[in-house]
Every structure is written in C-alpha cells, then in structure tokens.
Design a protein around this ligand. Structure first.
Ligand code: TRP
Ligand code: ZN
Length: 876
C-alpha cells in the first residue's frame, strides 16, 4: 500500500478501519505463582465495510497459545497460524465466537506492560499496546468492547480481586481459591482494561454527584500506606465537583477505584473505573511528602479522573490522536490546579516546563508535531510535545474562543462523540461549530513541529498619538517539514503608561467599552508579518507582550533594562511581572557568560541587585510571586536561550550571580527567613506553600555565604522540621554547601535522614535524588556508589528515575562533564536496562538526544555514546 515506507513504521495516512469488531469480551484469569492462564471468549463481527474474505488477524506478544475454538469447535493446527506478533485465522464467518486459552508469566514480566507483578500484587498496564501481552486481541483503540472479567486466585495471598466496572458476583472454591466477576457496562478499547489482585487495604468515601447519584470512592494501598491517602481522596472529590461545574461532566459508574503500585513506568493510568497509580502520585502525608509532592498528587489524581470523559467516554481512533486525550486532559488538569491553588504560580510552572524541556525537544532530532504522522514505537510518543504542547494548543483555542464558547464547544464534542473513537479533527471541528470561528490555519499547530519565534518591535508616533506593534513570526525547519506555514497565534498584550494601563483602541475597530477591561487584548497573529496600530495613545508606552504566556512561542522584543524593571513592578499581568524579572536576570547572566568565556573578571550589574531589592520590598507582591521572582532562570532555561549550551559557563555564572545576590541582600534574606518561620500545623494550601517557598529560597541564598551561623540555622531547620518541605530544603542546602566545616554535619544529616525514613520508599527516593543533584565534585562517583546501596532497587522505575534519571537530566555540570564520563555512564545504564524495561531505558536516554545544542567536543562524545547503545545489539 505504501511502497516508500520504512519497515516497522506505522503511518497515519495508512489508517484503515478494522476488518472486525469485538462486541463482547469475556476474560477469565487463573492467577498462579508460576503461570497465569487466560481464557478469553470474544464475540466477533465482521466490519460490513471490510472484504468478506479478509482473515482475522489478532495481536499477541509473548503469549503461549494453548487452544483456539471457533463457535465451540477446536481449531486444528492447519486452520490458524501463530507467529511472535499475531494469531491469524484465514477463514472465519461474519459473526462468531472465538475462544482462546493462553498462558503467560507475569512473574517474569519486567517490562511492566501487560500483566505483571509489583511486589506481591498482580497489576496491569495496557496503554498503549500492552493488552496484546495478555491475550490475542485487536489491540487498537478503535475496537471498543463490553468487558466481563472473572479473576480466580488464592484467597490468602490475594484477598482483593479488582477489574473495571461493577462487581457482579463472587464465590469460593473449596481449595483456598476464590473468584470475583466484574462487568463494565461501558464499551471501551482494551488499553483501558485493568486487573489488580493483592493483599490490599482500602479507604472508602462517598461522593454525591450533582444529579444526586451516590458514588463509592475506594483507594486501595498496602496496609502501611493507609495513612497517606487522605490528600488523594480530597483531591479526587474536588476534581469530581470541578468537572461537574466547569465542564458539566458527571461520573458514570457506582464505584471509582484507585490502586497504588510501587513498580510503574509512568505516573498513573486512567483505566475505566479502576485507575492504577504509581505510589509517588497518590500517597501523601505532611511529614513525608513535600509541597511539590502534594501538588503532584492533586494534579495526577485529577488528570486521571478527567480522562473518564476526555479519553474514555470519547476515546482515540488511533495512537496518532494521542494528544486528543492527553493534550486536552493536561489542559483540564492545569485549569483545575490553577483553581485549587495560585493560578499565576501554576502558569509559571507550566510555562517553565514547556520552554525548557519541550522547546529542547523541538530543537532535537526527536522533534515531532503534536499529532505525529509516523511512529515506530508508540510508547516513545508519550512526550512533552504530545502532552504539554498539546495542552497549550487546547489552551490557545480556549483563549481565542473565550470561556463560554469553549464550553459550548466541549459540550458539543462530548455529546456528539460519546462512546466513539475519534480524531483531533472531531475536537477542533466541534470548537469551530460552536464558535463559528474558522480554525483552518490554527490546525497547523497540530501538524507542524517546532517552536515559532515572534519578533516584535514597537513604534510610538507622538504627533499621531499612535503606537504600532510590528509582529513577525518564523519557525525553524524540523525533520517533517522544512518550510513552515505561518501559525495562527493568540497574542495577548497590554500597553503600560506612567499612570497605568492604557485603554486599547485598534485602528479600524471600535473602542470596546462593554468589557470591563479594555486594557488587555488578544491579538490574532496569522501572517508572517503583521502590524497592529493602537490609537489615542498619549504617551510612549511599555508593551506587555504574550501575557500569561498566551502561546507556546519564543518572544523577541528589545526591552531596555528600565522597561523590564518597570514591568516587574507595574505590569497588571502577574505572569509578565515574573517574566520581566527572568529576562532581566537572563540579560545579566548572558553578558557575564561572555565575560567568563573571555576570562574577564566578573561583576554583577548593580541594577539587578536593586531590582531584587525592589521585589523584596514590594508590598503589592504576594509571597508566592516574591519567591518565584527571586529564583534565577534555571541552567536549563539559560541553555535553551543560548546559541550553544556552554555547560560550565552557565553553571559558574549562575552560581556567581546567586552568591553576589546573597552577599548584597544578606540582611533582607535573614529578615525574610525569620519572618516566614512557620508555627501552625502543616497545610497544603497555596498561601502556606508560598510562605515555605519564600523562607527556603532565602535559606538557599544565605547558605551560599558559607557562614557558620547560617549553617547552624540550616541544621536547626533540618533537625526540627515538622514537614518534608522544610526538611528537604535544609538537607539540599547542606548537600550543596562547599564549606569545609559542613562536611561532617552533612554526612551526619544524610545518615540521620536515611535512618529515619528507610522504611518509606518514597522518601528514600528523595534521598537518592538530592544526592544525585549535588553540585559538589564527585557526584557521579556518589551516584555509582548509591546504586550499590541496600535501598536501591535496579528494577524499580522510581528508584532508577530518582538516581540515574535525576543525575542525567537535571545535573548538567556533572552529566556533561567534559571527559564524557557522564555520557558513558548513561549509555551503559541504557544498554543494561533495555533488556529489562525498554520503556524506561528509552526515556532515560532523552538527554543524549539533545546533542545538537552542545559544543563540538561534547557533540562527538554524546553521539559516540548513542552509537555505543546502537551497537550493543538487540535493541528493542
Ligand atoms: N494515559 C496515561 C496518562 O494518564 C499514560 C500512561 C500511563 C502510559 N502508563 C503508561 C503510557 C505506560 C504508556 C505506557 O497520561
Ligand atoms: Zn493522561
């Protein structure tokens, strides 16, 4: 069909509807200690549009087929064919019942896809193509079926047996075995199938939907973790209420179950009625979980819950549509988190992730559109582009349409396609239909990869009292497309004068007096070059551009130093006040990087120090904003804004500036630290988090002074901390302190921390990660030693991520060591992990794919490391 295709590559343009549908799926599992027997009975019907003689080809991987029956008759070996990817039956009627018995070995499944064991419990992960490791099936999301699942297992070892939907029946056999039957009333693709069996304890709660239905909430964990589920339950109930209010969507089953498992490749999975979570994304308790941990639990619980509509009720036709569910759902969970906490903080966090990590993906050989058009391995497409940029694309539609019209569009989408497997096109055209707005050009956001740049100039004409913004857009070529067509970009702006924000009247349009705020506007940039003329502008304004990060683009505007200071203190848009502080720091850092490379003596521009002082003394700023504005741009963002990433210069200059700020603002930092000490009990509210964050930011600056009294303060905080945020902040400051006098105290603190928390696996992960992120010399050696530690488990993804992942993706100065040690370390790890868990191996490898951005020497070494991995043979 497509002659020029690469073998093993799947193309969007090759999509064809399935030849068969599976109306009913009856599964029977006999869970054993060596093997598990899966008996499936599928009610199959030929697609009326398919040729009458097309064979039935079912997907199946690593299965051992015991028997096949068609309409109750055993098939003989010559009536079907099995290879390592499929089962083919050449002659089948138009409707029939197919019964397969397969034998699988969950105990030796280390890939964590399909049915596997995490510690003592059985669990599943079927997205994207894991169901084929359980039984022969049409493992594609456009085949939707009604599932009944019976699980038979030892009652002592596995008292809890769960699957999707509602429990229908249960019973006991005489021999210590018991069984439970589950029935899911909703049709679903097999990637949403789930099964759990184990010795789990459950916490229950009740949620009454807005139409008055009673939903039982159940969270299943190991007994020892029962005291860590309150936050997840509160978050879930908030999410359920929020989805009713903001999207009009109610939950649809009588029970909503969450199970926590230790060994999991990702954060969590939205299986219908039975979400399975990585323990790191569901367990939280103030003494053992940081503020960021609390926020993550709230966000992931909400994300998976929101999938019940955006993903499950309306699902994806094929995996090229992944962003249909993920982009939309990330957007929904971001709106939710913003509503639950501080909207500005949430927006800053999301924009930061996007323009460091996602922009870097766009600039790498891994660049791909939000809707990819070809893939070799779908699990490599669970990317920042599909998730985070996908969410930004939905957000832009929301910005262009406005809240109310967007809601009409989403209602239309959910109501029209409920129970169907659809494409991104159905989503966009629903938004078009509801709004009457033409999104033809906007669709390019889905098909063109790369990060656009907006180059903007401003021109004030005093006589005419006009201000003209000239906007040019461009986008660098990426593999799938050399010449980019212009994007449709919502460009939110305001103009600020001495006395405040100026009313905006665009030439050729009426002054909009009906909206309360006519000082902020979303311009629609659609051409390569475009002009916007504002009238009745009585003074030369400072423009506030790309407010609230209204589009995932880079912005280029030649602000003066004074403009940025002005925006920092006067902009009405919180995001842009922060952004101005970042651009100011970035400017100072960039010029110091030049000095550093020319081996000039470094000196921090005193105007930066004044600007920081202003932030610290500005009573119009809340603590969250102060804390964020005091944080310099990350090494990753500085790198992203550089032509070539100079690892050493970036690291040393950033540290130099931080130290200079610490020296200059010592008194204020001391005051801030004392003024923000906590007294009351731990609360995971936005205000309390902001206060902790401000205090700990002050501490981290003060610790750069290498002064004994500060070290005492830090040790005292470490010893007395009542919550994990304060404990981790203090320990992190100790770990990064290069004063000689701290060495013993640091070692002792690390030992104490481990001893206290050795039985809390998630805290031990933090302990590993903090050490992997140390800026002090010898960190790679330390990481290698820690891999031999009693608490390290080379099979557990969370442990791998905490130690190896954190080191390679977040510790630039050591990972990118000029001698290439870091690269060799990573390639060795990837090679050995590849056999065990290919998904984790391939995610771990990501930092090496960014090689283009480094100097020649590092490029060579990074490519050599990649080549080494490639040459190791038998890569998945
Ligand atoms: N759909 C999941 C989410 O909420 C993603 C996911 C969970 C996943 N586990 C996975 C994807 C394993 C691939 C493989 O985002
Ligand atoms: Zn998701």
């Amino acid at each position: 069909m497509s002659g020029d295709n690469n073998p093993g590559t799947v193309y969007l343009r090759d999509y064809r509807a399935p030849d068969f549908f599976i109306d009913k799926t009856e599964l029977n599992f006999q869970l054993g200690e060596l093997t598990t027997l899966v008996n499936s009975v599928l009610t199959i019907r030929r697609n009326p549009d398919a040729p009458g003689d097309s064979p039935l080809v079912l997907d199946g991987v690593e299965l051992s087929l015991r028997s096949v029956m068609l309409n109750g008759k055993n098939l003989s070996a010559d009536q079907y064919a099995v290879d390592d990817r499929s089962l083919t039956i050449a002659n089948v009627p138009d409707t029939f019942e197919l019964q397969c018995v397969t034998l699988i070995k969950p105990q030796s499944n280390t890939s964590l896809e399909g049915l596997y064991k995490s510690k003592t419990m059985f669990c599943t992960q079927c997205e994207a193509e894991g169901f084929r490791k359980i039984t022969y099936y049409l493992d594609r999301p456009d085949v939707m079926s009604r599932f009944t699942t019976t699980i038979l297992a030892d009652k002592n070892l596995y008292p809890v047996l769960l699957s999707n939907g509602n429990e229908e029946d249960r019973g006991e056999l005489g021999n210590g075995m018991h069984w439970v039957r589950w029935k899911d009333p909703f049709k679903k693709p097999c990637y949403l199938f789930a099964l759990v069996a184990g010795n789990l304890k459950c916490r229950e709660d009740i949620f009454i939907t807005k139409s008055g239905r009673k939903v039982k909430i159940q969270v299943y964990v190991e007994a020892r973790d029962l005291n860590k589920v309150d936050h997840a339950i509160t978050s879930l109930k908030n999410a359920m209420r929020w989805d009713e209010k903001v999207y009009g969507r109610e939950y649809d089953l009588d029970t909503f179950m969450i199970v926590a498992v230790d060994d999991f490749n990702m954060g969590a999975m939205e299986n219908k009625g039975l979400n399975i979570f990585n323990t790191s994304c569901v367990l939280a308790k103030s003494d053992s979980t940081t503020d960021n941990g609390f926020k993550r639990v709230e966000a992931v619980v909400a994300h998976e819950y929101f999938h019940n509509w955006s993903g499950n009720r309306v699902t994806c036709r094929d995996w090229f549509q992944l962003s249909l569910k993920e982009g939309f759902t990330v957007f929904r969970d971001a709106q939710f988190s913003a509503d639950m906490g501080s909207p500005v903080v949430k927006r800053i966090e999301d924009a930061t992730l996007l323009r460091t990590a996602q922009f870097a993906e766009d600039a790498s050989p891994m660049a791909h559109p939000v809707q990819p058009d070809a893939y070799m391995e779908i699990s490599n497409f669970y990317t920042l582009t599909v998730y985070e940029k996908g969410a930004e694309v939905v957000r832009m539609i929301h910005t262009l349409l406005g809240e109310d019209v967007f809601r009409q569009g989403s209602d239309l989408y959910f109501d029209t396609y409920d129970g169907q497997a659809v494409t991104i096109e159905e989503f966009v055209s629903s938004m078009e239909a509801a709004s009457g707005k033409d999104l033809t050009q906007f669709r390019r956001w889905y098909t063109q990869a790369g990060t656009p740049t907006l180059t903007v100039t401003g021109d004030y004409n005093k006589e005419a009292a006009t201000y003209t913004l000239k906007v040019a857009q461009s986008c660098p070529p990426t593999a799938e497309c050399a010449e980019k067509q212009p994007f449709h970009i919502p460009f939110a702006i305001g103009l600020l004068g001495e006395g405040g924000a100026l009313p905006l009247k665009l030439a050729g349009s009426e002054l909009d007096t009906e909206t309360a705020d006519n000082t902020s506007r979303v311009l629609e940039v659609t051409q390569t070059e475009q002009e916007f003329v504002f009238e009745n502008i009585g003074e030369k304004p400072v423009p506030s551009l790309l407010r609230n990060f209204s589009a995932p683009v880079k912005l280029d505007f030649n602000y003066s130093f004074d403009d940025l200071v002005f925006l920092m203190s006067r902009d009405h848009d919180g995001f842009n006040r922060w952004e101005a502080s970042q651009q100011l720091s970035l400017r100072v850092i960039k010029s110091l990087i030049e000095d550093y490379r020319q081996q000039k003596e470094l000196q921090v521009d005193p105007r930066l120090i004044d600007a920081f002082k202003m932030v610290l003394e500005d009573s119009s700023l809340d603590k969250a904003m102060q804390a964020l504005m005091l944080e310099l741009p990350s090494e990753a963002y500085i790198g992203e804004c550089s032509d070539t990433i100079d690892v050493e210069a970036i690291h040393h200059v950033r540290l130099f500036v931080r130290k200079a700020l610490a020296v200059a603002l010592k008194e204020i930092f001391h005051h801030l630290y004392q003024a923000n000490m906590e007294t009351g009990i731990y609360m995971p509210t936005a205000e309390a988090m902001a206060q902790r964050s401000l205090k700990n930011t002050a501490l981290s600056y003060l610790m750069l002074l290498n002064e004994k009294p500060v070290a005492e303060l830090c040790l005292e905080q470490f010893n007395k901390a009542l919550n994990m945020t304060d404990s981790v902040a203090a320990l992190m400051a100790l770990i990064n302190c290069d004063a000689d006098f701290i060495v013993n105290a640091r070692d002792k603190a690390l030992r104490l921390f481990y001893r206290r928390w050795q039985n809390e696996s998630l805290v031990v992960n933090q302990w590993f990660m903090m050490q992997a992120l140390s800026r002090l010399p010898g960190t790679l050696q330390k990481v290698k030693e820690l891999m031999q530690h009693e608490a390290y488990d080379p099979k557990n993804p969370n442990k791998i991520r905490s130690l190896i992942g954190a080191f390679c993706s977040q510790n630039a100065i050591h990972f990118h060591a000029a001698d290439g040690e870091g690269y060799r370390f990573l390639s060795d790890q990837v090679i050995s992990l590849n056999r065990q868990n290919p998904q984790i191996a391939s995610r771990l490898l990501a930092p090496l794919t960014k090689w283009k951005r480094y100097d020649q020497g590092r490029q060579q070494q990074m490519k050599a490391a990649l080549q080494h991995i490639k040459d190791s043979g038998s890569l998945s």
